[in-house]
Design a binder for this molecule. Structure first.
Ligand code: HEC
Length: 245
């Protein structure tokens, strides 16, 4: 094979893999994430404390860090975001003991510090929206998830989103889930729920890399410095060449 042919073959090979991956699972839904929308990160942090911190920690993130990055005062942080009894310098730590969790769910809920990097924003968004009723006796939580088969996590948003049931269709001789359909009405409209999930994912994306804010502002200085340097060098060059030309 010529090098060119090898490259083409490799590219086709890579694409065929991608196509298979999509075929195997449900296509991901797109999260509306903007980590520079500080209000969105802040709302997401609130939802996290209300709905997730009961089971999951974010060990790498301290409340004080969140306060600093989002420019929120300690008092507001304490009243609006932090759980009762937590201290500002502490991390987002769950009160749930891993042994209890294993008793209840069979597995300990993982730390979510880096989950946005490991799974990606769209996966998280799809997963949070992907719970559906599954009454089989092997499912103690009464739900399953389109993006995480037989997940041990219960559906914490069933009342906000409403319950979803799977619509099953025959596909090449086997029964597969075609799509999910609402079977009860949620407290939120679909749009409100989508926004809420996007805020939560935005917070997780921020939490996976809190340094991204300071890095960006540093980046601006670096570019400014390089521009100034370019002007100086250009002038210097003209100065040097003046006598030669
Ligand atoms: C009642 C406890 C409980 C609550 C509340 C809870 N989870 Fe979970 N979560 C679990 C358990 C248990 C698992 C492990 C599932 C497994 O491995 O089957 C899990 C797994 C996950 C995973 C998959 C991690 C991975 O990559 O494998 C994500 C993401 C997640 N939870 C996000 C959340 C978010 C976001 C919230 C808040 C909206 C939340 N969870 C609330 C118990 C909980």
């Amino acid at each position: 094979m010529t090098p060119m042919k090898t490259i083409i073959a490799l590219v086709i090979f890579a694409f065929s893999f991608g196509a298979q991956a999509v075929e195997g699972g449900f296509p991901l839904q797109k999260a509306d994430v903007d980590v520079f929308d500080l209000e969105s990160v802040r709302r997401g942090a609130g939802y996290f404390v209300d709905y997730c911190l009961g089971c999951h920690s974010i060990k790498h993130l301290r409340y004080s860090r969140l306060g600093k990055d989002l420019a929120i005062k300690d008092e507001v942080l304490r009243n609006d975001i932090m759980p009762e009894g937590a201290k500002v310098h502490e991390s987002f730590l769950t009160a749930m003991h891993p042994d209890d969790a294993i008793n209840w769910f069979g597995v300990a809920p993982p730390d979510l510090s880096l989950v946005a990097r490991a799974r990606g924003a769209d996966w998280l968004y799809s997963y949070l929206k992907g719970f559906y009723i599954d009454r089989s006796p092997t499912r103690p939580t009464g739900v399953n998830n389109l993006y995480f088969k037989d997940v041990a996590m219960p559906n914490v948003f069933w009342d906000l989103q409403g319950l979803q049931k799977p619509i099953i269709a025959a596909h090449e001789g086997s029964q597969v889930i075609e799509r999910l359909e609402k079977s009860t009405k949620g407290k939120m409209s679909d749009d409100e729920f989508d926004r809420t999930m996007s805020d939560l994912v935005t917070f997780l994306v921020y939490a996976a890399e809190p340094a991204q804010y300071s890095r960006l502002s540093l980046g601006k200085y670096v570019i400014f410095f390089l521009l100034v340097l370019a002007v100086i060098l250009f002038k210097l060059k003209k100065e040097y060449w003046k006598d030669i030309e």
